[in-house]
Design a protein around this ligand. Structure first.
Ligand SMILES: [Zn+2]
Length: 165
């Protein structure tokens, strides 16, 4: 079963896995920050499982290209990201039957932080309780779920099988 660790423990694990890379997302995509669980890679986009989550089943869409502003991303790439996020949301609805699914780019064009990256990415997050609110889902203050490698692999396999139907 996935287990909850504190924000401090999660941040320490990320640093232990990958140090403090220039771009966290590029480093994750290059599998330089621990295991990388890719669900799909299509047309310059990667759909993957982040390994520190507030909601089990969370997926994220990341372009391979290192783009850090919406202007640099451009409409065409943004539309592709949104299309993949939409498809991921329908997958999550079908497989996990959450109460709702958040699709969000929280955006961080400030300095690179351990748990956030300027590199544009879109979260697709299943929310399982009616009481959950973005203020709780988008903070690590109350802890973060982590799991063993085989648990991540099983989730990625489940998503991959659905994606490639
Ligand atoms: Zn990057």
């Amino acid at each position: 079963m996935p287990t909850m660790v504190s924000k401090e423990e999660a941040l320490a694990r990320i640093v232990a896995e990958g140090g403090r890379p220039e771009c966290l997302m590029c480093a994750i995509l290059d599998a330089k920050v621990g295991d990388l669980h890719v669900i799909a890679e299509e047309d310059g986009l990667v759909l993957m499982l982040p390994r520190y989550v507030r909601c089990w089943g969370h997926a994220v869409v990341v372009p391979r290209a290192h783009v850090t502003t919406y202007g640099a991303c451009g409409e065409v790439l943004w539309a592709k990201i949104q299309a993949m996020a939409f498809r991921a949301a329908t997958m999550i609805e079908a497989l996990r039957a959450p109460k709702r699914v958040y699709i969000t780019s929280t955006g961080s064009n400030t300095r690179e932080l351990v748990q956030t990256s300027r590199h544009i990415h879109v979260h697709v997050i299943p929310v399982d309780t009616e009481e959950d609110r973005p203020a709780d889902v988008f903070t690590w203050a109350n802890g973060v779920w982590v799991a063993e490698r085989d648990e991540w692999t099983a989730l990625a396999d489940e998503y991959r099988a659905y994606w490639s139907r």
